[in-house]
Ligand binder design. Structure first.
Ligand SMILES: *Cc1c(COP(=O)(O)O)cnc(C)c1O
Length: 426
């Protein structure tokens, strides 16, 4: 154990060493980890080599001169930007190869290790979507044993995703407790007493609806003290309630949304969430938490059936690196969600068509129900949505109080000229 005094002395050294790794191009938090490891190993001079090894462990393009057209370790069929996008070289990647040894690698390491870092988890795994993440967690951690779930959390998320059916599909047995509106700690306790072989407790964030009135539920922290591992399906993929990537801290509309880092800190053994909701990344599902459980998920036969492709993993890696660099300007979701109202108003004024109105955007995607984000739009009398949809590219707007409102928050500023021209043409 390092004494607190020694640790305090080490901090400036870690910081200095981390900053010296800047040329590696890795985000600062990764450089700090690498510096700490090098110092802990008694070999600070190894830090640059460690940084280079980390950089090379990320997913990236490689040149395939093996003559094997469909090279499994290099991502099988090559991809490249389409000719209409300006072309460019056809790329293979280091999807499943270890650059150091040239031997078979693991596609589950690149983006997943960054997701673990971001959530403070021991390990993480990436699958195709949030539903797959929960299915795999239940199948690998709980089946064929019992899983305890509150009746207030036996929800349908949409698109036929119903918790009892996913549970049945995983091969685990559902033990429902409490009532629709109220579940207490004693409900969990007596279920566990009656069913000591229960493999897990499942907590599901009812993402897309709110239960209000005479209600009670038990939070992850309390349930985690009971013994069995807690699997928490937080759904929306908010990484950290403190949102260090947003200057000025979390916006009001995010309040109450569970975050991966805090849910794990509260004692959840595994969290599952989507890649393309509040994370702002590609369609994917992420499992993060205890290493032994993530490894069980990785080794489960279903994992292969649910694995994502290299293009998704590359995009998820890009998303994770943006968070680690605390610069989400490259993530359209956060760029749009955090655009100041005044910026939107200036854009509306610059278009000089229609009437500038205050309006409200919503997070959507079954995330943060009831939340509204102040926004600015352009309004026209009547329902003009069909005419807007008929344009090329089609424009989708909404009708509020008999007027058509084009909300600029979700329009990329680069598309403003298209919107301006379209509105002028109506
Ligand atoms: C959205 C959601 C899911 C499903 O995730 P997909 O990525 O759409 O498959 C599962 N659970 C919760 C709580 C969700 O909010």
């Amino acid at each position: 154990m390092t004494s607190p005094k020694k640790a305090a002395q080490a901090r400036p050294q870690v910081d200095r060493l981390a900053r010296s790794l800047k040329a590696s191009g890795l985000p600062h938090p990764l450089c700090v980890d690498i510096a700490r490891e090098a110092i802990a190993a008694g070999d600070p001079d190894s830090a640059p080599a460690r940084a280079e090894a980390t950089r090379r462990s990320l997913l990236g393009p490689v040149i395939n001169a093996t003559g094997v057209l469909l090279h499994t370790n290099l991502g099988r069929a090559p991809h490249g930007p389409a000719a209409e996008d300006g072309g460019g070289p056809a790329r293979y990647s280091n999807l499943e190869i270890d650059l150091a040894t040239g031997r078979r690698g693991d596609r589950t390491t690149h983006a997943a290790s960054l997701m673990a870092q971001l959530t403070g988890a021991e390990a993480a795994l990436v699958v195709n979507n949030g539903a797959a993440a929960l299915l795999l967690a239940l199948a690998a951690v709980a089946a064929p044993r019992q899983v305890i779930v509150s009746r207030g959390e036996l929800v349908e998320i949409g698109g036929g995703f119903r918790i009892p059916e996913v549970l049945a599909g995983s091969g685990a047995q559902l033990v429902e407790i409490g009532t629709t509106n109220r579940t207490h700690l004693r409900d969990y306790e007596s279920a566990l007493a009656a069913c000591p072989s229960a493999a897990a407790v499942l907590k599901v964030h009812p993402s897309n609806y709110r239960l209000t009135g005479f209600t009670a539920s038990v939070d992850v922290r309390e349930v985690s003290r009971l013994g069995p591992p807690v699997i928490a399906d937080i759904g929306s993929g908010l990484l950290d309630a403190a949102t260090p990537w947003i200057e000025g801290g979390p916006p009001a509309w995010l309040s109450g949304e569970p975050a991966a880092r805090q849910t794990l800190a509260d004692g959840a053994a595994l969290v599952t969430f989507s890649g393309d909701k509040l994370l702002g990344g590609p369609q994917a599902g992420i499992l993060a938490g205890r290493r032994d459980l993530v490894d069980r998920c990785r080794r489960h036969p279903l994992a292969r059936a649910l694995r994502p492709g290299g293009l998704v993993l590359a995009e998820l890696q890009r998303t994770a690196l943006a968070y680690l660099a605390r610069d989400v300007s490259g993530l359209p979701f956060w760029r749009m969600a955090t655009a100041p109202v005044e910026t939107l108003r200036a854009r509306a004024a610059a278009l000089s068509v229609g009437e500038i109105v205050d309006c409200e955007s919503v997070p959507g995607g079954g995330s943060v129900p009831g939340a509204a984000i102040p926004s600015v739009g352009i309004a026209m009398e009547g329902d003009r949505t069909a005419e807007l949809r008929a344009l090329n590219p089609p424009i989708f707007a909404r009708v509020v109080d008999g007027r058509t409102v084009v909300d600029l928050r979700t329009v990329d500023p680069d598309d403003d000229p298209i919107v301006g021209k379209a509105l002028a043409s109506l």
